[in-house]
Design a protein around this ligand. Sequence first.
Ligand code: GAR
Length: 202
Amino acid sequence: SARVVVLVSGAGSNLAALLAAHDDAAYGARVVGVVSDRADAGGLDLAREAGVAAVAVRPGDFEDRAAWDAAVAQAVDVFRPDVVVLAGFMRILGPAFVGRFAGRTINTHPALLPSFPGAHGVRDALAHGVKVAGCTVHVVDDGVDTGPIIAQVAVPVEDADDESSLHERIKIAERALLVETVGRVAREGLRVEGRRVVLGPR
Ligand code: GAR
């Protein structure tokens, strides 16, 4: 199985979905480590309960951003990942990290990119008045939510939605999309041709 390291900042419901999938050998991917920027992230507990190593690398413990970035990269590298998944990781990783795992780091975002990048994708989509929201799984590049798109799913906005209700509906679709996409990337491989991602062997 492909070795997957997951980075989380929050509750970790996307991580939980990956952990629920990975015991099936046919899935082709196994979460071997979880890294967080917060010691209190629920995702760390979920990992430990599943018997997966989990570590926090907190920005406050480092001189500057570059030192933290290098420490996160080091913590991830210890697990020898084939694929790195950002699943609700709410900090921007710098060039040292992105370069080290280039082409094998993927992020899940709760909006239909390139619309509504950043930390408040759901809020921004709702404020814009869109009628179709959704989620995106993409390859991480140097920008914020700018990398080549692997997969997307549309989710309808309802009149009564607030940020929380819409985000919950998106997260149902997002978990399924992330599990499916990580499995496909693990089993088939991924290559980037310009802006387009192609899954499958060369
Ligand atoms: C997910 O919806 C993820 O797309 C989003 O945070 C949520 C994490 O939920 N990420 C971002 O907004 C990144 N900019 P989880 O901790 O329950 O998986």
